[in-house]
Design a protein around this ligand. Structure first.
Ligand code: NCD
Length: 315
């Protein structure tokens, strides 16, 4: 298919492994236009007028849920939120029944987050009409976060091909790392991973296009960007790292370590951050950070995704 014929109309957004470089490129291009809308005085456009979006979140979220909601609202869609604590999910309703219920209400898109790997793929099999957008399933995938990382890199570096990106930290529990691996590799980015061996899944050693380092210094040396991952204390079994202090000393991204990367290195973090653990406050708010910008870019990328899957791209 030629570049002009790429369409995401009706496509479930389950994982970046199902996205071609052309499709990723289309999302990034569209997100650029969407970012202009966010900067307008009056942000509302009618692109998704008459469409309805529901967010169904079984796990906590600040950025992802709110940015999908905001994205839908800027585009004129009706957006409804369902969170586990205040819905029939607490009464034990199954994922299948919740999905069928929202389908019957006529929603066009379901944006969902769930603690189980593969939950979004399962939901996509259960429903016929609404498009499923995976906003994080267990440690498996978080495609819109992968896309907003790519968008942020593109904005700063002007290109993606050939960039060297280090991803550092709790890779084991990170769906963001997995979506980065799929998305960045597709776009020709060289990936360098580092973290405690106890937090490095074995299968990654076999992955093409991914270099695994024993120490963080080797991973970030000469890097164009470093993505720092949160230590996911809520998913953690005991004993994966000795103490917080030890972790910060050996793997934490601080001022000293940053000097090993390129002069114009960009620092990313999906948030929320454990400051003083995986990242020092100086780096989190310093001159190299794009962490706050990632939040705005998250809205633009989610506007792009909703537009593309619900309308095929008309503006
Ligand atoms: C990430 C997530 O939920 O996977 N956060 C996010 O979407 N902004 C990463 C994390 O929780 O550490």
């Amino acid at each position: 298919m030629g570049k002009n014929q790429v369409s995401l109309f009706g496509k479930d957004v389950l994982d970046l492994k199902y996205f071609s470089p052309e499709e990723i490129g289309l999302v990034l291009e569209t997100a650029k236009e969407m970012k202009n809308i966010i900067h307008r005085d009056i942000k509302k456009v009618p692109t998704l007028r008459g469409k309805s979006v529901v967010t169904v979140f079984y796990e906590p979220s600040t950025r992802t849920r709110t940015s999908f909601e905001t994205a839908g609202k800027y585009l004129g869609a009706d957006v409804v939120n369902i969170t586990a604590g205040t819905s029939s999910i607490v009464k034990g309703e199954s994922l299948r029944d919740t999905m069928l219920t929202v389908q019957e209400m006529g929603f066009d898109a379901i944006v969902m987050r769930h603690k189980a790997d593969g939950a979004a793929e399962y939901a996509a099999k259960v429903v016929d009409h609404p498009v499923i957008i995976n906003a994080g399933d267990g440690a498996h995938a978080h495609p819109s976060q992968g896309l907003l990382n790519l968008f942020t890199l593109m904005e700063h570096k002007g290109h993606l091909e050939g960039l060297k990106v280090a991803v550092v930290g709790d890779i084991l529990h990170s769906r963001v790392a997995r979506s980065d691996i799929w998305g960045m590799r597709q776009m020709g980015i060289e990936l360098h991973l580092a973290g405690p061996k106890t937090m490095m899944p074995r299968f990654l050693y076999e992955e093409p296009g991914v270099v695994i380092h024993d120490n963080v210094e080797d991973a970030i040396r000469g890097a164009d960007a470093i993505e720092v991952l949160r230590i996911q204390l809520e998913r953690m079994k005991a004993g994966l790292f000795p103490t917080r202090r030890e972790y910060a000393r050996i793997y934490g991204i601080n001022d000293e370590r940053l000097k090993l990367a390129k002069k114009d290195v960009l620092v990313l973090h999906p948030g929320p951050m454990n400051k003083g653990l995986e990242i020092s406050p100086y780096v989190a708010y310093g001159e190299h950070t794009a962490i706050q910008e990632q939040v705005e870019n998250g809205v633009a990328v989610r506007m792009a995704l909703l537009t593309l899957v619900l309308t095929g791209g008309s503006k």
